[in-house]
Design a protein around this ligand. Structure first.
Ligand code: FAD
Length: 473
């Protein structure tokens, strides 16, 4: 294997010019690195890859001697888990918590895949080799679990188009057909890791039970992107939407060949269900770190906006900022708790121990923070001059006079409030909210499972005792 270790920006750009089939608005995109709808995010990723060449974000691979990303580090001690935290924090802080699926997330899914490898039978060595391959080449991955939203009242046994399926099994691999809804980061990724949706696994249709990974330029794989959310048409220059629209895409597999060495699990629904929970803890940990940074960004922007319009001395505004601060602090403490409860897996990795409850907390508090930010900023959230307005010699004196803030000029104030708008308004802010609510899977199902699996034995027994006889007089 010829490898160069941790990516640089220029190698990242070059690697995306690989003939992949990316579609936008009915047209095939020749080069995502130069197309205006993708360029802003590619450039930002390139900066992040250039930034990572330091001791916090990379380590020396024992196999090749290359410096490789700590996102791929297999933590064998608590100290190494903390190192992974510091690396995730560098990724997330430098992207303001806006990249839900930064490459750090999926790299940590491959850590989970490595950990689960001993249970994958004949495919276990493939999983181990894949983690190593991704690490040594610093691959950015997307993942696709969900099935196309055609008719949730039916199963793929009623209609095979409802889920990605195996249409041919050969000695050297399998051929798959179908679609996945959806894959965040797909046009910016090198490979896609597909695993099945939880709901179909239980239904015993083994041709739908497949875990595999493929390069994004695999023949027959089409990536169809949703409408871009950065404003590319006029000079409003929305900072987060421009730089951090990580895209979400449908993936279509038109009889795509998956070589045997890229298969990690086949046909075994029960094993796949178990594996879903087992491969995610390190990625969830990275996700908590990101959430914490995103909440911190929102608090920082809200406090500055309150200062900028002279409302930060009012008690009701301070109470709202206090509530946001509580959410920032709670999200930090929850991450610390998952670390503190770490355990060692049978494969010898130190695993942070989380809970679905953290996902529920994040989904709920993200919406609350957006609501508070809207209340604090009020009409200023949208009533700001554009960069073009600010450049107009005729308008500028009026803007400086009537659109300034308290101790802040019109230009800086408008850029600040556009950050707020990106967090809660416009297509980008709305997408971030939807992401926060849904990216851990159906919140309704998650809550039901949380309740059903919660061990109430001890309190149930005490309640039983208390009601078994009248309270003595
Ligand atoms: C911004 C964003 C990014 C995402 N990124 C990724 C990604 O990178 N990779 C990936 O794999 N997925 C991704 N997802 C998908 C995400 O995991 C799903 O949105 C989530 O699992 C819910 O599935 P769904 O959207 O298909 O909703 P559906 O399953 O269609 O549900 C629609 C509604 O019907 C209800 N419902 C559905 N089925 C049932 C049932 N059997 N019984 C009762 N109620 C039911 C649900 O509770 C929900 O209210 C992303 C989603 C978003 C919004």
């Amino acid at each position: 294997m010829t490898t160069q270790g941790a990516l640089t920006g220029s190698r990242y750009r070059e690697s995306l010019r690989d003939g992949r089939e990316v579609w936008l608005d009915g047209k095939r995109i020749d080069d995502v690195t130069t197309h205006p709808a993708f360029k802003g995010t590619v450039d930002r990723f390139a900066e992040l890859y250039d930034m990572q060449h330091n001791d916090v974000m990379t380590f020396v691979s024992p196999e090749t001697g290359n410096r490789v990303s700590k996102s791929y580090l297999l933590p064998r001690t608590y100290e190494q888990l903390k190192e992974k935290y510091a690396n995730s924090q560098a990724w997330m802080r430098n992207s303001w918590g806006q990249l839900g699926r930064s490459p750090d997330y999926m790299a940590n899914i491959t850590v989970g895949l490595y950990d689960f490898a001993p249970e994958l039978g004949e495919f276990g060595p493939n999983a181990v080799a894949y983690h190593r391959y991704c690490m040594e080449n610093d691959l950015a991955l997307t993942h696709a679990i969900g099935d196309p939203q055609i008719d949730r009242s039916k199963t793929p046994l009623d209609d095979p188009d409802l889920a990605l399926r195996i249409v041919e099994e050969r000695a050297d691999g399998i051929v798959v057909r179908g679609a996945k809804q959806l894959a965040t980061l797909a046009p910016y990724s090198h490979e896609v890791f597909c695993y099945l949706s939880a709901s179909f696994a239980r239904r015993g249709a083994s041709e739908f039970v497949i875990w595999f990974a493929l390069p994004m330029n695999t023949p027959g794989l089409k990536t169809v992107c949703r409408e871009p959310l950065g404003d590319h048409t006029h000079g409003h220059s929305h900072p987060f939407a421009r730089l951090y629209d990580e895209q979400d895409a449908m993936l279509f597999f038109e009889d795509v060949f998956v070589p045997r060495e890229r298969i990690f699990l086949l046909h075994d629904g029960e094993l796949a269900m178990r594996g879903l929970g087992r491969i995610t803890p390190w990625a969830s940990y990275s996700s908590h770190v990101r959430f914490q940074e995103r909440m911190k960004t929102a608090l920082g922007v809200a406090a500055r906006c309150a200062d900028a319009i002279g409302v930060s001395g009012f008690r009701n505004i301070q109470e709202m900022l206090g509530e946001m601060t509580a959410i920032v602090e709670l999200s930090r403490l929850l991450t610390v708790a998952t670390e503190a409860q770490h355990k060692v897996t049978p494969a010898g990795l130190v695993q942070p121990v989380g809970s679905t409850a953290i996902g529920y907390f994040s989904a709920m508090s993200s919406g609350r923070v957006a609501d508070l930010l809207r209340k604090i900023t009020a009409s200023g959230l949208l009533m700001q001059p554009s960069e073009g307005d600010l450049e107009s010699a005729e308008l500028r004196p009026l803007l400086d006079r009537y659109m300034r803030g308290k101790d802040i000029g019109a230009a800086e104030k408008s850029r600040l409030f556009r950050m707020a708008w990106d967090l809660v308004g416009g297509g980008f802010g709305q997408r971030q909210e939807l992401y926060e609510y849904l990216h851990r899977g159906d919140p309704s199902r998650n809550l039901i499972n949380l309740y059903l699996r919660y061990d109430r034995g001890e309190v149930d027994e005490r309640i039983g005792k208390l009601i078994s006889a009248p309270i003595p007089q």
